[in-house]
Design a protein around this ligand. Structure first.
Ligand code: CTP
Ligand code: K
Ligand code: MG
Length: 182
């Protein structure tokens, strides 16, 4: 295992509880919108694409994934010769809920800038949840976050996440789970 592969594996592993919530929300979405249909300056505060159910299911799935990863981190890490981080409960919650809040914050900004539900906002779409996840993890579990997300791993996350985001969303679009390929 080269150092680069180990670095990438550790960075993506540490981000998995933040990557999965948005995809789970797409599958679980529907029901009451968080903004209750309210508008601000003639536009929806968040829009129908941000629901209580999607947010709750996405967060729960992310936290559950973190706990599942905890159970296999030792064996998986030993198998590939990499030290894979575990997730304390508050770190798991920070990554999963933070990812959902980052996405919700982006919808707020999209509506303020006149973009309708489903419109793309290149850059924001691919990194909103990273900022939310790392930000809330830093608030809820500061020592773990600083120790886990070294500058090297952060660099990997910032480069790899937009690529992974584009690929997963195109797949979600092609299988009919998502209305737009972004
Ligand atoms: N979803 C949800 N709750 C969330 C996030 C997503 O229910 N907090 C579901 C919705 O059904 C949403 C779908 O996942 O339509 C796709 O998510 P996303 O692309 O983030 O939402 P959009 O509908 O494109 O809306 P927006 O323009 O506000 O991003
Ligand atoms: K989004
Ligand atoms: Mg969308």
């Amino acid at each position: 295992m080269t150092a680069l592969v180990g670095l990438v594996a550790g960075a993506l592993w540490a981000m998995l509880p933040a990557y999965v919530p948005n995809n789970a929300a797409v599958l679980a979405g529907g029901g009451a919108p968080i903004d209750g249909g309210r508008t601000w300056d003639g536009r929806r505060v968040l829009g129908d694409g941000k629901t209580w159910r999607g947010t709750a299911v996405g967060t729960l799935v992310g936290v559950a994934l973190a706990f599942a990863l905890n159970a296999v981190a030792g064996a998986a890490g030993a198998a590939v010769g990499v030290d894979l981080p575990g997730f304390p409960p508050l770190a798991a919650l920070g990554l999963a809920l933070g990812a959902m809040l980052g996405d919700i914050g982006a919808s707020f900004l999209k509506r303020r800038s006149g973009r309708e539900r489903g419109a793309s906002f290149p850059g924001l779409d691919q990194l909103d949840f990273v900022v939310g996840a790392l930000g809330l993890a830093l608030v809820l579990s500061p020592a773990w976050t600083l120790e886990t997300f070294t500058l090297e791993r952060l660099a990997v996350v910032l480069v790899a996440t937009p690529l992974l985001h584009v690929v997963t969303n195109v797949i979600a679009y092609l299988i009919g789970a998502k209305n737009e390929p972004w």
